[in-house]
Design a protein around this ligand. Structure first.
Ligand SMILES: C[S@@+](CC[C@H](N)C(=O)[O-])C[C@H]1O[C@@H](n2cnc3c(N)ncnc32)[C@H](O)[C@@H]1O
Length: 167
């Protein structure tokens, strides 16, 4: 049997760890999100999520224009000619539920391209009630609910007055 060590972990035997102290809250400004139900120490594994890597053609034809696309990650692959390419991977498990935060990112994720899993860990101590967020990077396909809206300036007020229709 292809196992190593007391945990039984190997390339073909992957323990799917998950932290128990998590909950999903369904009605946040970001949609559903993953929250801590208890204090969670730094570097705790929150989830090990298996992935499905999509073929590039499959992605363009069937996924890119659907809502499933918003649940995929860029995934590096080497094509049949040995060229490095970027494909998309669907993340199964809790991994698909982590929302994005640039300023309050408290979860890091690590891709294991060989074993087709992503491991999510807390970046620092997290308090009960906090949302657990990763960073999606800088190219977002949605309006960031964390984005600070600049207060209106005096010239914005003048612009608005100009738009009022007087009969
Ligand atoms: C991988 S899903 C995360 C789970 C999702 N909130 C849900 O309810 O299924 C990614 C989607 O969550 C939403 N989302 C994630 N982070 C967000 C943020 N910072 N601001 C607004 N929406 C966000 C966007 O709709 C995005 O396409």
């Amino acid at each position: 049997m292809d196992t190593t060590g007391a945990s039984g972990a190997s390339n073909s035997h992957i323990p799917l760890l998950r932290c128990a102290d998590l909950m999903i809250i369904t009605d946040t400004p970001k949609g559903r999100g993953v929250f801590a139900s208890k204090n969670i120490p730094a570097k705790t594994i929150l989830d090990v999520s298996p992935v499905l890597v999509l073929g590039q053609e499959e992605n363009v034809k069937h996924i890119e224009h659907t809502s499933l696309y918003h649940y995929t990650y860029n995934w590096p692959i080497v094509d049949k000619d040995g060229q490095k390419k970027v494909a998309q991977a669907v993340i199964f498990g809790l991994g698909s539920m982590f929302n994005h935060s640039l300023q309050d990112q408290n979860v890091v994720w690590e891709r294991d391209a060989e074993r087709l899993i992503v491991t999510y860990r807390t970046l620092h101590d997290v308090k009960a009630g906090e949302e657990l967020c990763i960073s999606y990077g800088s190219h977002l396909t949605f309006k960031d609910a964390d984005a600070v809206v600049a207060p209106p300036t005096e010239s914005d007020g003048i612009h608005q007055l100009n738009q009022i229709q007087l009969d």
